[in-house]
Write a protein that binds this ligand. Structure first.
Ligand code: PCA
Length: 195
């Protein structure tokens, strides 16, 4: 089984992105699952052009996209992506769409096709902080999740998105919400095993 796992480069004021730091710690294989790991630019629509060419090249059985979400301390399993770009800050190429559809006249929203409830239960069982999230936002992560689900619609490719909290490296005050990379890694490996 091939699993395509993507993370994002740093964006905004951050020099690192916890999703990319986490991706770098993952092995090439977990059980019988080959992990194809790649980092994507934080640029509206451009990230999805790259993912499309990866889908064509590696024919994955599942796609798990990762992104950083500040202000949280649990692995956020995204359940839904909506057809809306609304950027609070510009992306890494200076684009800042406001109230724009991702795909004109496209579907309004897509549900993740990963087994989100099962993934959530698996992490709870291992006491790894997690929650099901019903909004992936309206920035580049939601953009990527929406495009990926649109591309894999009607195929066997299970597709979804996980938001990763800031890592311990990114908070100078440990009372700020974060999750250490080791726990995020344990959680992610568990999520991959559930697939
Ligand atoms: N997080 C942003 C975009 C890139 C990332 O890692 C988001 O949540 O949209």
């Amino acid at each position: 089984m091939n699993i395509l796992i993507t993370a994002f480069e740093p964006f905004g004021d951050d020099d690192i992105n916890s999703s990319y730091e986490l991706l770098k710690t993952l092995p090439e294989q977990i059980d019988n699952k080959i992990l194809i790991r790649t980092v994507l630019p934080v640029v509206f629509d451009e990230c999805s052009i790259l993912i499309q060419s990866l889908i064509n090249d590696v024919s994955p059985d599942a796609i798990m996209c990762l992104g950083q979400a500040g202000g949280d301390q649990s692995l956020r399993i995204e359940v839904v992506a909506i057809n809306l770009n609304d950027a609070r800050i510009p992306d890494n190429k200076g684009n800042q769409p406001i109230d724009e559809p991702i795909i004109q006249d496209g579907d309004v929203a897509y549900f993740s096709t990963l087994p989100t409830r099962k993934m959530f239960e698996a992490l709870k069982k291992k006491e790894i902080p997690t929650r099901l999230s019903y909004s992936a936002g309206t920035y580049v992560c939601n953009n990527l999740m929406f495009h990926s689900l649109n591309m894999t619609k009607g195929t066997h490719i299970k597709t979804g998105f996980i938001h990763i909290p800031l890592s311990e490296q990114q908070v100078n005050d440990s009372s700020k919400p974060h999750l250490d990379t080791l726990t995020s890694k344990k959680g992610l490996i568990e999520l991959i095993r559930v697939l």
